[in-house]
Design a protein around this ligand. Structure first.
Ligand SMILES: [Mn+2]
Length: 415
């Protein structure tokens, strides 16, 4: 972060998914064909009393099998040698890669280590040894991560419950004259006080003219009377993310224009959500939402032309610059493909994703009357596909109907 100050370490999501090991500098080998008790091998840094006198106790190679459920463990320094060691006398390799048919490899983003391994593999190949096939393991792991199991769903559910309640508190904290970061503080601190180790991403509190900026996270503007406040925030709980956006009027009551836009966004979200069930293509969420949004904007005179035609030509993109849905899991924009060979991926029970239509009208928008300027509205919820349909994990916890949103902002101001 700066001189002698470091950010809180966060493990690589894939590595965490497979091991649950948070320690930096760790590696793992999975050997499905190996004898029992030799299949899961872990490498962690050697313990160093000097380092531990600063940073506290660590899990070393000796403690790792018990701490992490590994069959065996070694020091990270030994990783390359234990993968492949060449014996000149016998001109043969020993180590975990010797005789291996196929290596599934992920470097965890450690480019320096990846280079050294690649060199070792090239040397092996020159001697006609080593795995003939090397596959990028990320593709496989990311596929596994798309459908969540019961434990993962429980963590996402908890992250979402905490964050939804925090959004309600943020609404109550909102008022003209306050700074955006005060609203952020109300939301984030509730999450931290309820078991979130960190936020899943920097909270966005975007008021008035900032509400049209998708990645506004400076959060340093003083909120004014008549502003909308777009708040996109979600906690991380047990390494799992959530992603919720609520938009509310700073003064406790939407202007007619703000309300009209809000009603379109909410209707688009509900239409898309109603489609969710196993067997439906994921892309339908975007198309249903776009249709309702465009019809609404045509009705208000903000778009001109035939609604169907406009949707076919991406007309909804005029006031929206982002996709309407992404997977949610260990990463807030979670791993996994959205399309397969046949086209859009089909929904299955255990998939978790956002539905987040939005309309953003900046000042000086071409051909738009100024009463519509500086209105950015997004409503974003997290949805779980069930056997028969869907469950919205965030809808009940964080109000999204205009009357409920207004009531919560007013309840705060009255205090
Ligand atoms: Mn999102």
């Amino acid at each position: 972060m700066s001189n002698d100050v470091e950010y809180l370490y966060r493990q690589d999501s894939d590595f965490w998914y497979l091991t649950g090991i948070e320690e930096p500098g760790a590696a793992a080998i999975f050997r499905p064909g190996a004898p029992e008790r030799e299949r899961y091998v872990v490498f962690v840094p050697l313990r160093d009393p000097r380092v531990e006198s600063y940073e506290g106790p660590k899990v070393g190679p000796r403690e790792a099998p018990a701490a992490y459920g590994a069959d065996t463990a070694f020091s990270s320094d030994e990783l390359l040698e234990r993968l492949a060691k060449y014996d000149r006398a016998s001109r043969s390799y020993s180590g975990y890669l010797a005789g291996v048919e196929k290596l599934y490899l992920s470097d965890g983003g450690d480019a320096e280590w990846a280079d050294r391994l690649r060199e070792a593999l090239a040397e092996m190949r020159a001697r006609e040894a080593g795995p003939p096939t090397v596959v990028d393991a990320r593709e496989v792991i990311h596929e596994m991560r798309v459908v969540k199991d019961a434990d993962e769903i429980a963590l996402i559910r908890r992250a979402t419950e905490i964050s939804a309640r925090a959004h309600t508190l943020a609404m109550k904290a909102a008022a003209p004259g306050k700074y955006e970061f005060e609203i952020q503080q109300a939301l984030d601190s509730y999450c931290y006080a309820n078991g979130a180790r960190r936020m899943a991403y920097p909270s966005i509190v975007a008021s008035g003219p900032n509400s049209v900026f998708l990645h506004w996270d400076r959060n340093d503007r003083r909120i004014e009377e008549g502003d909308v406040i777009l708040n996109d925030s979600g906690a991380e709980y047990g390494y799992y993310a959530t992603d919720i956006t609520r938009t509310y009027p700073a003064s406790g009551r939407f202007t007619p224009e703000q309300r009209a836009i809000y009603e379109i966004v909410l209707a688009a979200q509900k239409a898309a959500m109603a489609e969710v069930k196993p067997g439906v293509p994921h892309a339908r969420i975007g198309s249903s939402s776009a249709r309702v949004q465009v019809e609404g904007l045509v009705r208000l005179g903000l778009l001109k032309g035939d609604a169907g035609e406009l949707v076919r030509n991406d007309g909804h993109r005029v006031f929206t610059k982002h996709g309407v849905s992404h997977w949610v899991g260990l990463d807030v924009h979670d791993a996994g493909r959205y399309s397969v060979r046949q086209g859009s991926r089909v929904l299955e029970p255990g998939m978790v994703f956002t539905i987040e239509p939005g309309i953003y009208i900046p000042a000086n928008a071409a051909g738009v009357d100024r009463r519509w300027w500086n209105i950015g509205i997004r409503v974003e919820d997290v949805v779980l596909v069930t056997e028969t349909g869907f469950e919205c994990l965030s809808c009940a916890g964080a109000p999204r109907e205009t009357a409920d949103v207004e009531r919560n902002v007013q309840a705060g101001s009255a205090r």
